[in-house]
Design a protein. Structure first.
Length: 116
């Protein structure tokens, strides 16, 4: 590609309008359109005034009571989890001991069979 062709390709968009100059009335109209779209969306989201009733925030005493209830529930579940884990460990130890005992009995029978 020659230097002239390259410069022609670079200058191809020189006449393209990149930024348009807006008048004050156009800016105001664009803002008004955005506000009306926002108002229409918010009206469609609120179907009735009954749904707009706001619930009062809980009092400090109610929040403390809720925290006490959560704390008790967590402690209870943690205790039960620990008991369940210990129970599973105990069962596993019994199974391992039982397997060892069966293995010893098997070896005794097998060795007695070999000596006969």
């Amino acid at each position: 590609m020659s230097k002239e062709e390259f410069e022609n390709w670079l200058d191809i968009d020189n006449n393209a309008e990149v930024v348009a100059i807006m008048t004050v009335s156009e800016i105001c109209q664009a803002i008004a359109d955005d506000k009306s779209k926002f108002a229409e969306e918010s009206e469609s989201n609120c179907t009735s005034k009954e749904e707009e009733i706001l619930e009062a925030p809980p009092s400090n005493a109610q929040m403390r009571e809720a925290l006490r209830i959560l704390h008790r529930g967590l402690q209870h579940r943690a205790t039960n989890f620990q008991r369940h884990y210990e129970y599973e460990q105990f069962i596993q130890e019994l199974l391992n001991a039982n397997n060892r005992q069966h293995y010893i009995i098997f070896l005794n029978k097998f060795c007695c069979f070999l000596y006969i």
